[in-house]
Design a protein. Structure first.
Length: 437
């Protein structure tokens, strides 16, 4: 029987009408009707772009990180699967907008708030600005079935969204339909947990990461037609010869700007081995893309700028492994920093540069020696960024001797344990100002 509080039910010969909770962008009764189901019947005219954008905005407010790419995917799905019922709209939205099982409670709450039984009906003619459009028909709601009989199988579901959760009262697991690309699944996976095939994919993505340093003014200057820092007297007098000796237009000079040097020091000791295979790809991309200086250290310091300058990544990494014989050994942090400062830093490599140190700080040196070398580096470098993948662990505290001694001299302290965390590294490198932690 139809619900007396919501009007008469739909005509059996016309099929199920759209739920009145399908708000902006979905309108029934337009002159240009589209056939919703095979066999004819009442159609639904959908504006997928409006539906996708407004619903994704509501998901953002509700705590579901759905981006513009998923909104476009949702809009494309609405064109293929007309939302003639609320159940169909639910599964279309859930399949295209949910990437993780942990997002389901927030997604269901937002969906029920907008498209649920208690959601107030909205006159879409008002939202479209069309006073002549017919109002929404009053049709009964179709609630989502609680049973999992018609839910899709788990095959073909990739990533974190393929995890299972408790289904009905019998405790049987149910598949969580979600759609996540391979790149999206790898965003928050720690480098130490990657398989060999995933490491290759991550390396390819990491090489495309741009580490852009802030710019600094050089001693050289260039002519500027606008107001500059000083007047170019010689060029102004030369141009005055064209106007009878009167300096009608003043020529200014402005100091040139160029990116600050970038130096990367990567720990390749045994404790860093799970992360070294990805960090070397970061070094390779920085050397070839940003003309950075690259060094690795374990028991001693090795310069890898030339081996990593080759465009072929496999050949570059093979040459780098051959150049560093102390791979996966102990960690001599203080002695490696001393070698860098004595041989390269004071000669100009570290002067005014952004220095990135990738290490867990587990050093065999005395903390006082580490602090002394970090103080020397602090006086030369513009900015020091320390990348410690152990920082992402629950309950982490920088209590290890080398890390505790080096931290007071750092401007930024980030984890860099995953692709998403490398965005923090890039932001720390590009930060224009100095400032100790």
């Amino acid at each position: 029987m139809p619900d007396p509080g919501r009007g008469a039910g739909p005509d059996p010969g016309r099929g199920a009408g759209p739920d009145p909770g399908v708000r902006a962008g979905i309108r029934a009764g337009d002159r240009t009707r589209a056939r919703a189901e095979a066999g004819g019947g009442r159609g639904v005219v959908v504006r997928p772009g409006v539906v996708a954008v407004r619903f994704v905005e509501a998901l953002h407010s509700g705590g579901v990180p759905a981006g513009t790419d998923r909104a476009a995917r949702f809009a494309a799905a609405l064109r293929l699967v007309p939302p003639v019922t609320r159940d169909r709209l639910y599964w279309t939205a859930r399949t295209t907008l949910v990437a993780d099982a942990e997002q389901l409670p927030a997604f269901d709450a937002v969906f029920d708030r907008i498209f649920g039984d208690d959601a107030p009906p909205v006159d879409l003619a008002d939202s479209r600005g069309d006073p002549t459009a017919p109002p929404l028909p009053d049709v009964p709601n179709e609630t989502r079935p609680a049973a999992a009989d018609n839910r899709p199988e788990e095959r073909g579901v990739s990533g974190a969204g393929a995890s299972s959760s408790s289904g009905g009262g019998d405790g049987s697991p149910r598949a969580v339909p979600a759609l996540a690309s391979a790149t999206e699944r790898l965003q928050h996976t720690a480098f130490a947990e990657l398989s060999e095939s995933e490491v290759d994919a991550v390396r390819h993505l990491v090489r495309r990461l741009v580490l852009a340093t802030p710019q600094r003014r050089t001693r050289r200057s260039r002519a500027s037609t606008r107001n500059g820092e000083r007047i170019d007297v010689r060029r102004t007098v030369r141009n005055a010869r064209k106007t009878g000796g009167d300096p009608v237009a003043l020529v200014h000079r402005r100091r040139r700007r160029r990116p600050r040097p970038l130096v990367l020091l990567c720990d390749v000791s045994g404790s860093m081995e799970p992360y070294t295979r990805v960090f070397l790809a970061l070094l390779h991309g920085s050397v070839t893309g940003a003309r950075a200086e690259a060094f690795v250290f374990s028991t001693r310091l090795t310069r890898l700028t030339r081996p990593l300058a080759r465009r072929d990544p496999d050949l570059a990494l093979r040459r780098a492994a051959e150049a560093a014989p102390d791979w996966a050994g102990g960690t001599r942090l203080a002695s490696s920093l001393r070698t860098f400062l004595d041989s390269y830093g004071r000669r100009g490599a570290a002067r005014g540069a952004v220095v990135v140190i990738l290490s867990d700080g587990w050093a065999q040196d005395e903390p006082s020696d580490v602090a002394a070398q970090m103080a020397r580096l602090r006086r030369l470098a513009h900015r020091i960024v320390w990348v410690n993948p152990r920082k992402a662990a629950t309950g982490f505290a920088p209590k290890v001797g080398g890390m505790a001694a080096a931290l007071p001299f750092c401007d930024a302290f980030v984890s860099g344990h995953s692709l998403a965390a490398l965005d923090e590294v890039a932001a720390a490198v590009s930060h224009p100002s100095k400032g100790l932690l």
